[in-house]
Design a protein around this ligand. Structure first.
Ligand SMILES: [Cu+2]
Length: 560
C-alpha cells in the first residue's frame, strides 16, 4: 500500500508508451507502459490530483483513458480519442491532470484503436481514507486478467475481423489468458504471512469474460467497479470485460476437505480464471490443440482454464491436489454457492448515500449485428454503426455510408462551435411518457445538464455485451435476468460503470447527467467497439460554456 499522503496531495507519474517483446521466442510486440506489461499500478487517495505525463514512443499515435474516473471539470482529460482529444502523435506527449475521484479500483488503458488489446493496460487504485470493510483484511493483491493474442491486434486481428473474409463476423479468439503478465501456472501470488487478503480483480481483456474462484475458500465480495458493497459471499463470480471486483478471503476459512486425505498437506492453492467458452465463436472444448478451424487464419490454442498459485508459505510449491479437484468438490461447500453475472443481489454498502432519483428522460438503444452494404459484419446501435478513426468519431449508417469527419474532437466542437453541432433536444414521443433523448444521426445524443436518463439496452444479439459509460457511473435498475430487481432493490441499486447486457435480453440503467462534456458509451469488448457499438453523449453544453470552460493549450497543440 502507498504511504498516507495529506488531503489533496499531487501525485506525479510519467508513463512511457513503447513496445517490448518479453515472451521470447514470441516476436509479438506488446504495447507496454514503462517497459512493463501490464503497466505500473498508479495509486492515489481520493481527491488527490493526478498529474500523469504520457510520452508516446510508439510509431503510431496513442491516448490513455482512465477508466472509472469521472473527470468532473476536466472533460478533456478522459483520453477518448475523437470525443475528448486528438491523439498524442508518435514522439509526442501529453500531461493528463485530473482529480482522483471517485475512489475504488479503477484502471487505465489505451483508447486509440486497439492498443488496449496489444497490452496498454494498468491498474489505477484510488483509496479511501477509511475503506468500508477495511477491518476484514490485512493486505491486498491486484490481479489484472486479460486475453493474450499471438498476433498483433492492430495490424492483423482487427483488419481481419472487419474484413469481407470474416463472413460470419466472428471475433478473434484469444490464444491464452494472462494475469499480471504471466501465463497459466507461472504466477505465484504470495500471502506473505497474511491470513486475510483483499483481492482487486480487474478484467482488462479485449474480449473474454471469466469465472473467478479460489480453491476451498469463500470469496467475500466488498466492491463492484467502484461501489463498496455489503459483504456478499460466493464460491465464484463472473467478471466481464472492464469490470472490477474486490473481495477478501480469510485463509482460516479454508475447507480442509478440499485436499484429499491421500495427498500430502498442500502449501498452496489455485486461483482459477475460467474463460466463458459460450462467448467464443467456435467450440473450444471440442478442439485438441494444435488445430486450425477452417475459417480462422491463425491457430487457436486457448486453454480456457487459467491457474495462478496462491502460495501459503515462501516455497513457491504447486498444490499437492489434482487440478480437477475443484469441480468435484464445489457442490460440497457449506457456504452459499452462487454465481451471478451482474451480481444484482449485491447491495451498496452505504444505502443512505444512494437514493436513486426518478428518471426525467428516456432512451431506448437496440443492439444488433449484421452485414453492412460493403458486406462487412458490423454492430449497430439503433440502426447506426459507428467507427472511431484516428481523430474523430465518425459514423456509417444504413442510409449514409460515410460522413466526412472534420478532425475536431466533439468536446472541442462543444466549446468552439456549439451552434454548429445541431443536436436535437429531447422530445415527447409514443415511446415513453418521458422526453426521449434524440440522436443527430452522427452518433451524438444531446443530454440536458442534470437530466436523469433511463437507458434501456435491448440486445437482439445472442451474445452478452458489457457496456461502459465514460464520465459517470449509473444505477442498474433491472435486467432480463433479474426483472424484479427494480421493485426488490428500489432506491438501493448498485452503481457500477459497466453493465453486462444479457444475450438476447435487456438491461435498464439510469444515470444522472451531472458532468458536462462529451462522453462515449460503448461495448467494452474491443472488437465490438470497433465493429460499431459506440456513440457519444453530449452532456450539458450550455453548462460547459456558462463556466467558460476551455481546453488546455497542450490539447490544442495535439489537434494542429
Ligand atoms: Cu459487445
Amino acid at each position: 500500500m502507498s504511504a498516507i499522503t495529506t488531503e489533496g496531495a499531487t501525485i506525479s507519474q510519467t508513463l512511457i508508451i513503447d513496445t517490448i517483446m518479453p515472451y521470447s521466442p514470441s516476436q509479438k510486440p506488446i504495447v507496454a507502459v514503462n517497459y512493463n506489461f501490464p503497466g505500473p499500478s498508479i495509486e492515489a487517495y481520493e481527491n488527490d490530483t493526478l498529474v500523469i505525463r504520457v510520452i508516446n514512443k510508439l510509431a503510431q499515435p496513442t491516448t490513455v483513458h482512465w477508466h472509472g474516473i469521472f473527470q468532473i471539470g476536466t472533460p478533456d482529460m478522459d483520453g477518448a480519442v475523437g470525443a475528448t482529444q486528438c491523439a498524442i502523435p508518435s514522439s509526442g506527449e501529453m500531461t493528463y491532470r485530473f482529480r482522483a475521484y471517485p475512489a475504488g479500483t479503477a484502471w487505465y488503458h489505451g483508447h486509440y484503436l486497439d492498443q488496449y488489446a496489444d497490452g496498454l493496460i494498468g491498474p489505477l487504485i484510488i483509496r479511501r481514507r477509511v475503506e468500508p470493510n477495511q477491518e476484514q483484511y490485512d493486505t491486498e493483491r491486484v490481479l489484472t486478467v486479460s486475453d493474450w493474442y499471438n498476433d498483433v491486434a492492430r495490424t492483423k486481428l482487427l483488419s481481419w475481423y472487419l474484413s469481407k473474409n470474416n463472413t460470419k463476423g466472428i471475433e478473434p479468439i484469444p490464444d491464452a489468458i494472462v494475469v499480471n503478465g504471466k501465463f497459466s501456472q507461472s504466477l505465484f501470488v504470495k500471502t506473505s504471512g497474511a491470513t486475510r487478503i483483499r483481492f482487486r480483480i480487474i478484467n482488462a481483456a479485449a474480449f473474454s469474460m471469466y469465472t473467478v474462484s479460489i480453491d476451498g475458500l469463500p470469496l467475500h465480495i466488498i466492491e463492484l467497479d467502484q461501489t463498496p458493497v455489503v459483504p456478499y459471499t460466493v464460491s465464484s463470480f463472473m467478471i466481464n470485460a472492464a469490470q472490477r471486483v474486490s473481495f477478501y478471503v480469510n485463509l482460516n476459512e479454508f475447507d480442509q476437505n478440499f485436499v484429499p486425505p491421500d495427498v500430502p498437506p498442500t502449501k498452496s492453492i489455485y486461483i482459477r480464471f475460467k474463460a466463458d467458452m459460450d462467448m467464443y465463436p467456435v467450440d473450444i472444448s471440442s478442439c485438441i490443440a494444435p488445430y486450425a478451424t477452417p475459417y480462422l487464419p491463425y491457430p487457436v490454442f486457448l486453454n480456457p482454464l487459467y491457474l495462478a498459485i496462491l502460495s501459503l508459505d515462501s516455497s513457491n510449491s504447486l498444490p499437492t491436489y489434482p487440478v480437477n479437484q475443484a469441480t468435484s468438490r464445489l457442490s460440497n461447500r457449506d457456504f452459499v454457492n452462487r454465481q451471478d453475472v451482474n451480481i444484482l443481489g449485491v447491495r451498496p454498502f452505504s444505502q443512505t448515500n444512494n437514493l436513486v432519483p426518478c428518471a426525467t428522460h428516456f432512451l431506448n438503444i437496440v443492439i444488433t449485428f449484421r452485414r453492412d452494404s460493403n458486406n462487412i459484419t458490423r454492430g449497430f446501435l439503433n440502426n447506426v454503426t459507428y467507427g472511431s478513426d484516428e481523430n474523430n468519431l465518425s459514423n456509417k449508417s444504413i442510409s449514409v455510408q460515410s460522413i466526412t469527419s472534420d478532425k475536431i474532437p466533439l468536446l472541442h466542437q462543444m466549446i468552439t462551435t456549439p451552434n454548429a453541432l445541431g443536436n436535437p433536444s429531447p422530445i415527447i414521443t409514443n415511446e415513453s411518457p418521458l422526453p426521449v433523448i434524440q440522436s443527430d444521426g452522427n452518433g451524438h445524443y444531446l443530454v440536458p445538464y442534470q437530466a436523469v436518463v433511463d437507458i434501456r439496452l435491448e440486445n437482439k444479439d445472442e451474445d452478452e455485451h458489457p457496456f461502459h459509460l465514460h464520465g459517470h457511473s449509473f444505477w442498474i435498475i433491472s435486467t432480463s435476468e433479474n426483472p424484479q430487481a427494480k421493485q426488490r432493490y428500489r432506491g438501493a441499486y448498485i452503481q457500477p460503470d459497466v453493465v453486462s447486457v444479457p444475450g438476447s435480453g435487456w438491461a435498464k440503467i439510469r444515470f444522472l447527467a451531472n458532468n458536462s462534456g462529451a462522453w462515449v458509451f460503448h461495448c467494452r469488448i474491443e472488437w465490438h467497439m470497433y465493429a460499431g457499438l459506440i456513440f457519444a453523449f453530449i452532456v450539458g453544453p450550455d453548462e460547459l460554456l456558462a463556466h467558460g470552460y476551455t481546453s488546455s493549450d497542450n490539447q490544442k497543440l495535439l489537434c494542429q
